[in-house]
Design a protein. Structure first.
Lengths: 603, 192
C-alpha cells in the first residue's frame, strides 16, 4: 500500500473518503479548518459545505444521517459549545447512517479563547469518544467511528488536538467502501424528541453505554504494549507519543477509545505493574476512571503533570524532575513577533479612527481581534463568537438603568455576523439599544485562511451563488433605519460616520466593506512613498500598525515597497502630506474593487 | 538510528511550511520514519512560525525537545535567537542573513537586538550565515529564499542529492521549477 505524509486533518479527510462518507459539514475554526478543505479533494464522492455556524453544521449532518447516508461534521472545541444543543439530542436519537463528530481541541490555546477538554462533552452526552495519537490513527479512527456509530446506533466523537491535527506522519492509503444508498424513512419514535419519546430514548442510551463499555475492553486500538520494567503508562492521544520517548522500558496502555473507559482491560494492565503514570492533555479524565478502577494502585497523574497547556516529552520529563530545563538564552532582549493586520488590511483605518476618537470597541473573533494589539489598541473585550453586539447591549442597558450614557461601538466581521451576530443585532433592535454596530465585511472568513461564507458569492465546493448583502439584510430585512456602508480605505468618511452614529440615540449599523487584501492575489502593486523632506518624524502613520511601515536610521517613516499594496490609508492620515503614490498611474489596491481587479480594470 | 530533529523557523509568509514539507518528503523517500509539526492560525499574520521535522528508525513525538535539536534552519536572524534553546550543544545553526523588524520594533516600542549574530555564534556549535533572500532575489524572486536555505541544509545532510532533486521536481509547480532548482543549487553550493 502507498504511504503518504499527511497531517492529522488530511488523514481525517482521507478516512472520511475511505469510510464511504457522503456528507460533510463544518464551520471553520483552528485547528479543525483543513478537514473540510481537504474533503473537497473528494468532491465527486462527498458533498461538503460550510454551515453558518457549528450548530447548523451539526444539525445538517444529523439530517443526512437520517437518510442512511454516512455523515461527518467538524469544528474546533469552542465550536462544540455552539453545537451542544444538537449534540445532546443526537445522542438520544442515534443514527441511521453513521454520524462522526470531529472536535479539534486546542491545548495551549494556540488560537483560542480557552482550552476546554471536549471529552467532557462526550461523557455528558453519553457517546463514545476516540482519540488518535498520530495521522495513521486519525484516518483509522474515522473508519472505526463509522463502524461503531452504525453498530451501536450512536454518534461518535473524535477528539483531535492542535498537535494531532497539524502534525504530519506517514499514512497507509486504502480504498473506498461502498457508501449506503440514502433513503428517508420516517421514524417518529426515534427522531421526534417529544418528552414521551425522549424518555424511552434515554433508556436506550443507558443500555447503549453499557454495551459500549464491554466493547471498549476488546477494542483493537485500546492496546497494551509490553515493557521491561514494572512501570506502566496509561495514555491517550498524542500524549502516548511523549510517553514512549520518556519511558522506553515501561508497559503502556494506549487508549484510542478513552470513553467508555475499558475497566477490565485497565485492571489487567494494572496487574502487570507497580506504578502507573497517566499522560493526557488538559483534564484528568482517564486518570479519574483509572483511580476508580484500581483504587489500591499507585497512580501518578495531574498532581504532577500540568492541567494547562500542551504536554511534550520535555513537559513530562520536567514534571518528574528528569531533565534540567535551565535555558542557555533567557530570552531577554528578544522582541516578540505578534501577528498583526496585514499591509493593506481593510480593517486598519477603522481601528485607527477608534484610537483618534478614544473609543474602546467591544470586540469579536476574527482577524480584526488583532485591533486589540498595540499600536491600534482599540478593543477591550473579546468573549466568544457573536458576543460583541450582545455584550455591548448589556453594558449599555446596565449603565442606562443607572442614568449613565456611554456611547459604545461593537465590532464584528462578516462571517462572525452570519455565525451568531445576527441574533444579537435582533436583540438590539427589539430592545431598542442605542449603540453602534460596525460590521467589517471583507467578504471571506479570513482568519482561518479564507473560507467561503454566505457573503462570499461561492460555496465550499466552488459553486457560484448569490451573495447575501449585509447592508440589505439589516436595512431591508430587519428594518433598521440607520444602516450605512462605507469603503474600508476611506479614513475620513469612516470617522464622520462613526461620530454621527455614536451620537445618535438609536441603533445603527455601519458596514465597512472592502474585500480582504489577500484576495487580490499576485499583483505588482505600486507602493506608497515617503517624502523625507516633508516627514517630521511625528509617527502618526506608525500608529496604523501597518507591517509595511517602519522607520529609517533618521527616525523618518519608511515604507517597505515589497509589502505595500498602495491602499493609501497612510497618505490620508499623514498630517504633513508626506506620503504619496510612488507612481500615480500605477496599480493601487485602493482604486480597485475586487470585481474590477479580477477583470483587469479600474473602479 | 536515534531520532534526529531539525527546527525551521521564521516569519509567517516566508515559505517555512513549504520548506518543511519538502524536507519531510525527502526524509521519507530516504527511508526514514518522519514526523513533522507546524504552527498554524494566528501566526500566519506576520507572527513567528516554527515547524519541526524529526526522523529516524522509530519516531514517537512530533515535537522537538529543548537542547536536543541538531539543526536550526532560520529564515530570519531574530527567529534563530528566539529558538536557540532547542539547539543541542554541538548543534548547527543555518541562518538567512536577513533582518525583518517585528511590528513592536517598527512601531518604536521595542529594539531589534544589534548583536544577534554574536549571540548565535556564542550559543551554537557552528553558525553559517547565508544571504538567502538576496541570492533568491538575484535569481528573480526573493520568495525562493526558502529553497536556497533547503539547498544549504541538503549540502550538510547525508542524503543523496538525487532524492532532493526528485522531490523538488515532484512538488514544485512547473512554472516555478526552474527558479526553485536554481535556488536549491545556489544554497547547495554556497561557500560562506
Amino acid at each position: 500500500m502507498a504511504k503518504e505524509l499527511l497531517s492529522g486533518n488530511e488523514a481525517i479527510a482521507r478516512g472520511a473518503w475511505e469510510a464511504g462518507i457522503t456528507f460533510a459539514s463544518a464551520y471553520p475554526g483552528t485547528p479543525s479548518t483543513e478537514i473540510l478543505e481537504n474533503i473537497i479533494r473528494y468532491k465527486d464522492d462527498i458533498y461538503s459545505q460550510w454551515g453558518a455556524n457549528e450548530k447548523t453544521a451539526m444539525e445538517e449532518a444529523l439530517g443526512a444521517s437520517f437518510t442512511g447516508a454516512r455523515a461527518l461534521v467538524a469544528m474546533k472545541h469552542v465550536g462544540l459549545n455552539v453545537a451542544a444543543d444538537p449534540l445532546f439530542s443526537a445522542s438520544y436519537i442515534g443514527v441511521t447512517g453513521a454520524l462522526v463528530i470531529i472536535s479539534a481541541d486546542d491545548p495551549g490555546m494556540h488560537s483560542s479563547q480557552n482550552e476546554q477538554d471536549n471529552r467532557h462533552y462526550a461523557i455528558a452526552a453519553k457517546m463514545p469518544v476516540l482519540e488518535p495519537s498520530d495521522s495513521q490513527e486519525a484516518k483509522d479512527m474515522v473508519l472505526e467511528a463509522v463502524k461503531i456509530s452504525e453498530t451501536f446506533d450512536t454518534p461518535v466523537m473524535i477528539r483531535m488536538t492542535t498537535r494531532t491535527s497539524h502534525s504530519r506522519s506517514a499514512v497507509e492509503l486504502g480504498g473506498r467502501q461502498t457508501p449506503p444508498v440514502p433513503e428517508y424513512k420516517s421514524d417518529f419514535a426515534k427522531r421526534n424528541l417529544l418528552p414521551g419519546n425522549a424518555r424511552k430514548r434515554h433508556a436506550v442510551v443507558e443500555e447503549r453505554l453499557k454495551k459500549l463499555a464491554v466493547f471498549s475492553d476488546s477494542f483493537a486500538y485500546n492496546t497494551i504494549i509490553k515493557g521491561k520494567e514494572r512501570v506502566g503508562v496509561l495514555a491517550s492521544g498524542v500524549s502516548y507519543q511523549y510517553g514512549r520517548e520518556v519511558f522506553p522500558d515501561a508497559w503502556f496502555l494506549k487508549l484510542a477509545l478513552p470513553y467508555p473507559f475499558p475497566v477490565k482491560l485497565f485492571q489487567r494492565f494494572a496487574a502487570m505493574v507497580d506504578k502507573i503514570y497517566v499522560l493526557e492533555e488538559n483534564d484528568p479524565i482517564i486518570e479519574t476512571f483509572a483511580r476508580l478502577a484500581a483504587p489500591q494502585k499507585e497512580i501518578v497523574g495531574k498532581e504532577v503533570f500540568p492541567l494547562q497547556g500542551e504536554l511534550s516529552q520535555d513537559v513530562v520529563r520536567a514534571s518528574l524532575g528528569l531533565k534540567d530545563m535551565t535555558l542557555r538564552h533567557a530570552g531577554e532582549g528578544v522582541p516578540g513577533r505578534p501577528p498583526s493586520l496585514c499591509a493593506g488590511c481593510p480593517h486598519t483605518a477603522f481601528f485607527y479612527n477608534l484610537g483618534v476618537l478614544k473609543v474602546q470597541s467591544k470586540g469579536d473573533i476574527g482577524c480584526y481581534t488583532l485591533g486589540a494589539l498595540r499600536p491600534l489598541s482599540a478593543m477591550d473585550t473579546c468573549v466568544d463568537m457573536g458576543a460583541s453586539i450582545t455584550v455591548q447591549l448589556g453594558i449599555e442597558k446596565a449603565l442606562e438603568k443607572a442614568g449613565k450614557t456611554n456611547p459604545q461601538v461593537a465590532v464584528i466581521g462578516d462571517s462572525t455576523f452570519f455565525h451568531s451576530g445576527i441574533t444579537g443585532l435582533i436583540d438590539v433592535i427589539y430592545n431598542q439599544g442605542k449603540s453602534t454596530v460596525v460590521i467589517l465585511d471583507n467578504s471571506i472568513t479570513a482568519m482561518t485562511g479564507h473560507q467561503e461564507n454566505p457573503g462570499s458569492g461561492r460555496t465550499l465546493m466552488g459553486q457560484p451563488v448569490r451573495q447575501i448583502d449585509i447592508l440589505k439584510l439589516v436595512r431591508d430585512g430587519l428594518g433598521l433605519e440607520h444602516a450605512y456602508e462605507v469603503d474600508g480605505y476611506e479614513v475620513k468618511a469612516i470617522r464622520e460616520l462613526l461620530k454621527r452614529e455614536m451620537a445618535r440615540p438609536e441603533p445603527s449599523v455601519i458596514v465597512i466593506r472592502r474585500p480582504c487584501v489577500l484576495l487580490y492575489r499576485k499583483a505588482k502593486w505600486s507602493p506608497m512613498v515617503v517624502d523625507k523632506e516633508k516627514c517630521t518624524r511625528c509617527k502618526t502613520c506608525l500608529r496604523l500598525g501597518c507591517p509595511a511601515i517602519s522607520t529609517d536610521v533618521d527616525g523618518k517613516s519608511l515604507i517597505n515597497v515589497s509589502l505595500c499594496t498602495g491602499c493609501g490609508v497612510c497618505a490620508q492620515v499623514c498630517p504633513y502630506k508626506a506620503i504619496s503614490y510612488a507612481d500615480e498611474k500605477g496599480l493601487h489596491i485602493g482604486a480597485m474593487t475586487l470585481e474590477s481587479f479580477a477583470k483587469g480594470g479600474g473602479k | 538510528m536515534t531520532t534526529q530533529s531539525i527546527l525551521i523557523c521564521g516569519v509567517g509568509g516566508q515559505g517555512i511550511l513549504t520548506a518543511s514539507d519538502l524536507l519531510s518528503d525527502v526524509l521519507l523517500q530516504a527511508g526514514y520514519q518522519v514526523k513533522k509539526s507546524e504552527v498554524h492560525g494566528m501566526s500566519q499574520r506576520g507572527g513567528d512560525v516554527i515547524s519541526t521535522v524529526r526522523y529516524g528508525d522509530q519516531v514517537f513525538s512530533p515535537l522537538p525537545a529543548l537542547k536536543e535539536t541538531h539543526y536550526i534552519l532560520a529564515f530570519e536572524k531574530l527567529e534563530a535567537l528566539r529558538n536557540i534553546n532547542y539547539l543541542s550543544e554541538k548543534g548547527i545553526v543555518l541562518v538567512n542573513d536577513f533582518e525583518w523588524q517585528p511590528l513592536p520594533v517598527a512601531a518604536g516600542f521595542e529594539k531589534y537586538p544589534q548583536d544577534v549574530v554574536a549571540q548565535l555564534q556564542k550559543l551554537s556549535g557552528e553558525l553559517v550565515l547565508i544571504p538567502a533572500t538576496r541570492l533568491a532575489a538575484e535569481l528573480g524572486n526573493d520568495k525562493a529564499s526558502n529553497v536556497v536555505l533547503i539547498g544549504l541544509l541538503a549540502s550538510r545532510m547525508d542524503i543523496d542529492k538525487k532524492i532532493w532533486l526528485e522531490v523538488i521536481h515532484r512538488k514544485v509547480p512547473p512554472r516555478f521549477l526552474d527558479l526553485n532548482l536554481k535556488a536549491f543549487e545556489s544554497g547547495y553550493g554556497f561557500k560562506p
